[in-house]
Ligand binder design. Structure first.
Ligand code: PMP
Ligand code: GLU
Length: 402
């Protein structure tokens, strides 16, 4: 069959591909511990799951408005106002089938052919692929371990220069996938004037907002003058262990939301009515400080802090591996480049893909190669695994590199 040129240019998601490969090996009976996952291993909190079941029992099973039910959009508005200090009208929020779909529709609404979009790198791989689908091109702003993987004014200016006057927007992501870096208010304040001067729109992907261990979370749109040019994207996947429910949302300028809604009306249409009902419960209970919900979230938080510390301790003790301690999300981006050029288990390791292959095939540990994120020096280790799995997997990794 003759496939489009576009489909040849946009391969499968590298983060998803790593997981598919792991499932295939496991199905073949291999013992592989996964530190590749981009999701928590916790169950969706009980009151949220109950809301989902209730939606089915009560016949909340039909189409809803394309942008989401009014009740959920109101819950989203309240969340933005109470937790982020962002005030939106009903026509300034949209709900989609995951933050992924929300970012995609935003890019389709914002990007014209040959527009450059600045993406700090390493980066979640879907940003670049979605910019490509939208007809634009990605210009990287280099994040470095020396700067704690935070976006600096110099890196942003460098990307603007590289875009040669074609930069239209920038995608921010804090806490950051794959490094766990958190942008402080001061760090954002340092780049905001550059964003304003260059006339950029901003997509601020805040999907890991609720997973912060050190420091304070800041919404970019809350900075002076940034609200009018920023789309704030968030979702329930990571905050409430709801990756399978597929609900993401965004708040921003009404004309952008309207354009995204029009596009969404031709793609997914409304996100699942059942999931919307559950997401509404999650946001309402969270904002209201419901005791059961708060206890579940504390449990997530305590477990993740302990796992982060465990992961950093073991990884940091492996010779030739360096890391920046993540302040949020559930990933460590470990620089393993000092091992490149070595021959391990009879195989020459030229870069992160070779190393991830070797770890998966020989050592029985799945990690995601940095190449997928546009930084070949590292591998992404997810600590959203049980302490037992983490210890076994990281010991295997240490042995493979010994
Ligand atoms: N943004 C980032 C940075 C992510 O890591 C993910 C994880 N898949 C998403 C967006 C999308 O999340 P979801 O579609 O599950 O809401
Ligand atoms: N965001 C997760 C990850 O980076 C899930 C996979 C994906 O959506 O790309 O692994």
């Amino acid at each position: 069959m003759r496939l489009s040129r576009l489909s040849a240019r946009v391969g499968p998601s590298g983060t998803m591909a790593a997981d598919d490969r792991l499932q295939r090996l496991r199905a073949a009976g291999r013992d592989v511990v996964s530190l590749g996952a981009g999701q928590l291993d916790f169950e969706t909190p009980a009151p949220v799951a109950r809301a989902g079941t209730e939606a089915i029992a009560h016949g909340i099973t039909r189409y809803t408005p394309v942008a989401g039910t009014l009740a959920l959009r109101r819950a989203v508005r309240d969340k933005f106002e109470r937790e982020n200090g962002l005030v939106f009208g009903d026509d300034q929020v949209i709900v989609g089938a995951g933050a992924k779909a929300v970012v995609f529709h935003a890019l389709l609404a914002l990007v014209d052919p040959d527009d450059a979009v600045i993406v700090p790198a390493p980066a979640w791989p879907s940003y670049g692929s979605m910019v490509t689908v939208a007809g634009g091109r990605t210009v990287s702003a280099a994040l470095s371990a020396a700067e704690g993987y935070r976006l600096t004014p110099a890196a942003l200016r460098g990307a603007l220069a590289a875009a040669g006057g074609c930069a239209r927007g920038v995608i921010l992501n804090s806490p950051h996938n794959p490094t766990g870096a958190l942008m402080s208010r001061e760090a954002y304040a340092a780049i905001a004037p550059i964003v304003r001067e260059a006339g950029l729109w901003v997509i601020s992907d805040e999907i890991y907002e609720h997973l912060v261990y050190d420091g304070t979370f800041t919404s970019f749109a809350a900075l002076d003058g940034m609200g009018a040019r920023t789309l704030t994207v968030n979702g329930v996947s990571k905050a409430f262990a709801m990756t399978g429910w597929r609900i993401g949302y965004a708040g921003g300028p009404a004309e952008l939301i309207q354009a995204m809604e029009a596009l969404q009306s031709h793609t997914s249409g409304n996100p699942s009515s059942i999931s919307q009902h559950a997401a509404e419960a999650a946001l309402r209970l969270c904002v209201a400080g419901d005791a059961e919900m708060a206890a579940e979230r504390r449990r997530f938080q305590d477990a993740l802090v302990a796992r982060r510390d465990l992961a950093c301790r073991i990884l940091g003790g492996i010779p030739g591996v360096t890391l920046v301690r993540p302040a949020g999300a559930f990933y460590v981006f470990a620089d393993v480049s000092r091992h490149f050029g070595r021959t391990l288990a009879g195989r020459r390791v030229a870069g992160s893909a070779d190393l991830a292959d070797l770890l998966m095939e020989q050592a029985g540990v799945a990690v995601v190669p940095g190449q997928v994120f546009g930084d070949d020096r590292g591998v992404r280790v997810s600590f959203a695994a049980s302490p037992g799995e983490l210890t076994v997997a990281l010991d295997r990794l240490a042995q493979a590199l010994a």
